[in-house]
Structures are given as structure tokens and as C-alpha cells.
Design a protein around this ligand. Structure first.
Ligand code: NAP
Ligand code: MG
Length: 500
């Protein structure tokens, strides 16, 4: 690993617009106004490349949640939003996409400063992907249709369905793709006509707050989108429990997902959950290794492994195992790791000191359990929360590095001979989010696609597109986001029957 010193990062390159945003001491968006927490409390968000404070943001409490939910309810039931046509909603959502594009450089720098990822990634993927999410969902606003259902003797009954917005939605998002996750949540909710109270992760509130300004600039009526910064145990829990919220959409850990379900029981609010994964990447003996190995490598190390679909368990067929290990090791050890704003960085720091500690802890458990490290594994002494890209071999299925979501730049490589045995190992997990298979055998491809218990199976490469339904089997979640199912999840069906 080449560590590019944080001191050498091109901090001078920070855009004036980004400095101005940081200087205006971001506050929260409630009912169209930028406000502090009622308690006056704030907390710091830090640059994970240095551990230094970037800005302080309000720490929302229960009373702020109440205020935001009231604003969202009022906007839903009484405000101009309740009279907005589908075509007007489409225009507003599309306009927001344009504003994201127009402010892409600023949003990308904010994302990199707050989250840590390389600027090239924030600018090349996160920001344009967020704009694309809004554009795709803008198209749905005018296509949310019910059906007419023939019942009874002709001309005696008319029956039809309406797809109505589900109502006031609480949205809780994580820190790995702050802007993109906010977009995945907001875009379908707004296209469907819902109103929203959104809580970004405490580690990464900045790009979402800037998005809030763009939402106002786009012309969304006050109260349609409210953004609360704050902690999960307080603001997040108050949202999950709130009796006047109709649905919670959550992305994060499986453990917090469980607490959201418990909290939702009071008013039986709808819940969709996008949770963790322990995703297998499978390399068959006949795979095109020139494509498979870089693909598996990206699947494991993109965003420093802080991806719910990260391929952190690799299963290589015995005939290609040595080559897969050698190439993953070479690529991992060649990575340039450093602050996201430094030029030519392949991988940034982890998002927080908590994640740094957690990932180093899991690496230590792997070593203690007897796995071999082919590269990485050494603890970085700071500043910043950098973790060496690490490759493990000699792994056993019971090791925590093969069972737990690591959410860091760490991959464990196992070997297999037999296809049935592979399927058993791959499915021996509480998770079921995604899987990646590399093979040139079309029969094996379809066989594994059918047998693997996961919400997404990629054959010969990962493509994420906003049009594709995305979600988990087993404890990786409830429901689907994106695509047509993603819109449906923000509507409810009303059946109307008229006796003529
Ligand atoms: P997390 O606690 O699940 O955080 C996700 C979001 O939920 C954040 O906005 C968080 O607020 C909020 N939250 C926390 N406790 C809550 C509660 N009781 N009620 C309502 N909302 C609550 O995840 P984390 O602690 O940041 O990360 C821990 C592990 O979770 C990671 O190592 C990784 O394994 C997994 N993870 C998965 C995903 C994914 O995409 N599936 C994303 C992130 C993390 P705060 O920001 O204040 O905590
Ligand atoms: Mg931060």
C-alpha cells in the first residue's frame, strides 16, 4: 500500500463554493426554513482523512422530529403539494436532477471531505448516479396507474384501483454513499407524491444538507422534504416510533433494522429495510480471469469495502485459486491509499474512527483464528482512518471474517472443487443481498443464479442501474428499492367499487 500523506492532500483545491457552504454553519431543513435544534445542541462532522472537524450541525431531538413530522403531514394533507399534478411532480424531480448536475463539483467535494472517498469516484459515480436516480424516478411520476377490474354482471358494477401515496415517510440513511442513498430514498417518495423527513447518518450530513438547498431551489413546496441531522439513537429512533409517520425506509445495519421493526409496531407503519450482506464472489474454473479478477477486486475494495453488496467472501475453483489469490494480492498491495482530495488516489480512509476500530478488530480476529494474510493487515497509526487493503487465505467457514459483514477493504478467499458443495457454503449465511459469479458456462450461470439465495446475482460483472429492483433475501432486508417496485413501495392500493 502506498499511503499518500494527508498533509500532501490538495486542500488548497477546495472550491470557494464548498468553503462558503462549510462557513455558513449548516442547519436543518424544517418546513422550508433552515433552523437549529430546539435544544441548541450541535455535533461535529469530521474529515476522515485527518480526523479534523469540518463543520458542526444541529443534533435533532424528539421535539425537532415532532416539528418536522407536523410540517410533512401538513404539506401532504393541506399544502400545495396535495394539489400538485403528476406532471408537475415529474418536472420538479427532474429539475432537482439538473441542479445536482449543475452543482456536481461542489457536491462531489463535499462528499469526499465528509465521507473520505476519492474525488474521482464522488464526481464520476456518486453525484451523476444521484442525478440519474432523480431523472429515472421523475419518469414514474406520470405513470403510477391503477387498473379496472371486471366483476359482476356487465354494466352493474364498476371496480377500479387507485395507487395513492403512502403518506408521510421517515427515511434513515447510512454514510457509505450519503448523497446516492438520499437520492434512492427521496426520488421515488417524491415521484409518488409522499412527503418526507430524512435523516442522514451522523458521520456524513453535509451533501444531504446541500441537497436540501437544491430541493428548495428546484421549487418543492415547504414541508415536502424535511432534513434532520442527528443521532440514530435519538432522532432516528424518534422517527421510527413516531405515531404520525406512515412508513420508514431504512438502510443500514441488520441490528438497527431489527430495532426499526420493533419501533414501528406502535402504529404498524410500513417498513422497508436495506440491510447488510456477506456477499460471495465466485470464480469458476472456466472464467475469463482477465475480467474476473479485476471484477472481483473491484467488488471487494470499491469504496474501501464500505458497500452493502461488497464481495467480501471469494470462492475460487481449485484450478484457478492460486492465480486468483496472487492477482488479488498484487492489486491490493498496489493500491494508492490516501485522502480523497489528493490526486491519483485509489482508495480513501474509512468513514470514522468507529469503523476503523471495528474493521481492524475483525482483521485481528481473522489472524487469531489462523487465517493467513497475503497483503495488508497492519494497523495504520494515523492521522486519519486508513486501513490497508487486506487479503486473507486459509479461511474456514466458521471464521468471523467469513461470516460477518466487515465493511472495510478486506477480502477472504476460499477454495472449492464441487458445485453442490459451493452452493451449500455460499448459502450458509444469515444474509442474502447479492452474489457475483464468473463463468463462461451458460448452464452453470443459470444454475447458480437459481440456487443462490440473494436479491441480486451478477454473472460476469456488476451492473447497478436504477431501473433494477434491489433488495435482500433473508436478513438482508424487507422489500425492494429502485425500479418499478421501488415506486410501488411508496404507494398503497385503494379499491373502489361502484354499484350502478
Ligand atoms: P447503523 O447504525 O445501522 O446506521 C445507519 C443509520 O441508522 C444511520 O443514519 C444511523 O444514525 C441510524 N440509526 C442508528 N441507530 C438507530 C436507531 N436505534 N433507530 C433509528 N435509526 C438509527 O450503521 P453504522 O453503525 O453506521 O454501521 C455499522 C455497520 O452497519 C457497518 O459496519 C456495516 O456492517 C453496516 N452498514 C450497512 C450499510 C448498508 O448499506 N446496508 C450501511 C451502513 C452500515 P447514526 O448515523 O447516528 O448512527
Ligand atoms: Mg464526516
Amino acid at each position: 500500500m502506498t499511503i499518500i500523506s494527508p498533509e500532501n492532500a490538495e486542500k488548497a483545491a477546495v472550491l470557494p463554493a464548498v468553503r462558503r457552504f462549510l462557513d455558513r454553519t449548516p442547519s436543518m431543513l424544517i418546513d422550508g426554513s433552515w433552523v437549529p435544534a430546539l435544544s441548541g445542541e450541535t455535533f461535529a462532522t469530521v474529515d476522515p482523512a485527518t480526523g479534523e472537524e469540518l463543520a458542526r450541525v444541529p443534533a435533532a431531538g424528539r421535539a425537532d422530529v415532532d416539528r418536522a413530522v407536523r410540517a410533512a403531514r401538513d404539506a401532504l394533507e393541506n399544502g400545495p403539494w396535495s394539489r400538485t399534478t403528476p406532471a408537475e411532480r415529474a418536472r420538479l424531480v427532474w429539475r432537482l436532477a439538473e441542479l445536482i448536475d449543475e452543482n456536481a463539483d461542489e457536491l462531489a467535494q463535499l462528499e469526499t471531505l465528509d465521507q473520505g472517498k476519492p474525488l474521482s469516484v464522488a464526481r464520476g459515480a456518486d453525484v451523476p448516479g444521484s442525478a440519474e436516480t432523480f431523472r429515472y424516478m421523475a419518469g414514474w411520476a406520470t405513470k403510477i396507474e391503477g387498473s379496472t377490474i371486471p366483476i359482476g354482471v356487465p354494466d352493474t358494477l364498476v371496480a377500479y384501483t387507485r395507487r395513492e401515496p403512502i403518506g408521510v415517510v421517515g427515511q434513515i440513511v447510512p454514510w457509505n454513499f450519503p448523497l446516492a442513498m438520499a437520492a434512492w430514498k427521496l426520488a421515488p417518495a417524491l415521484a409518488a407524491g409522499c412527503t418526507v423527513v430524512l435523516k442522514p447518518a451522523e458521520e456524513t450530513p453535509l451533501s444531504t444538507l446541500r441537497l436540501g438547498e437544491l430541493i428548495q431551489q428546484a421549487g418543492f413546496p415547504d414541508g415536502v422534504v424535511n432534513i434532520l441531522t442527528g443521532f440514530g439513537e435519538t432522532a432516528g429512533a424518534a422517527l421510527a416510533e413516531h405515531p404520525d409517520i406512515d412508513k420508514i425506509a431504512f438502510t443500514g445495519s441488520t441490528e438497527v433494522g431489527r430495532s426499526i421493526i420493533r419501533a414501528s409496531a406502535g402504529n404498524l407503519k410500513r417498513v422497508t429495510l436495506e440491510l447488510g450482506g456477506k456477499n460471495p464472489s465466485i470464480v469458476m474454473g472456466d472464467a475469463d480471469l482477465d475480467r474476473a479478477i479485476p471484477g472481483v477486486f473491484r467488488g471487494a475494495f470499491a469504496n474501501a469495502g464500505q458497500v452493502c453488496t461488497a464481495g467480501s467472501r471469494v470462492y475460487a475453483h481449485a484450478s484457478v485459486y492460486d492465480k486468483v489469490v496472487a492477482e488479488l494480492t498484487r492489486r491490493a498491495s498496489d493500491m494508492a491509499v490516501g485522502p480523497g482530495l489528493a490526486p491519483d488516489v485509489d482508495m480513501g480512509p474509512l468513514v470514522s474512527s468507529a469503523q476503523f476500530t471495528r474493521v481492524n478488530g475483525l482483521v485481528g480476529e481473522g489472524v487469531a483464528a489462523g487465517a493467513s494474510v497475503t497483503t495488508g493487515g497492519t494497523r495504520w497509526e494515523g492521522p486519519g482512518y486508513f486501513v490497508e487493503p487486506t487479503v486473507f487465505t486459509d479461511v474456514r467457514p466458521d471464521m468471523s471474517i467469513m461470516r460477518e459483514e466487515i465493511f472495510g477493504p478486506v477480502v477472504a478467499v476460499g477454495r472449492f472443487d464441487d458445485l453442490d458443495d459451493l452452493v451449500t457454503q455460499v448459502n450458509d449465511t444469515i444474509y442474502g443481498l447479492a452474489a457475483e459469479v464468473w463463468t463462461r458456462d451458460v448452464s452453470v450461470a443459470h444454475h447458480l443464479a437459481a440456487k443462490i439465495k440473494a436479491g441480486t446475482v451478477w454473472i460476469n460483472g456488476r451492473s447497478m442501474d436504477i431501473a433494477l429492483p434491489f433488495g435482500g433475501f433473508k436478513q438482508s432486508g424487507w422489500g425492494r428499492e429502485k425500479g418499478a417496485e421501488g415506486i410501488e413501495a411508496y404507494t398503497q392500493t385503494k379499491t373502489v367499487v361502484i354499484t350502478l
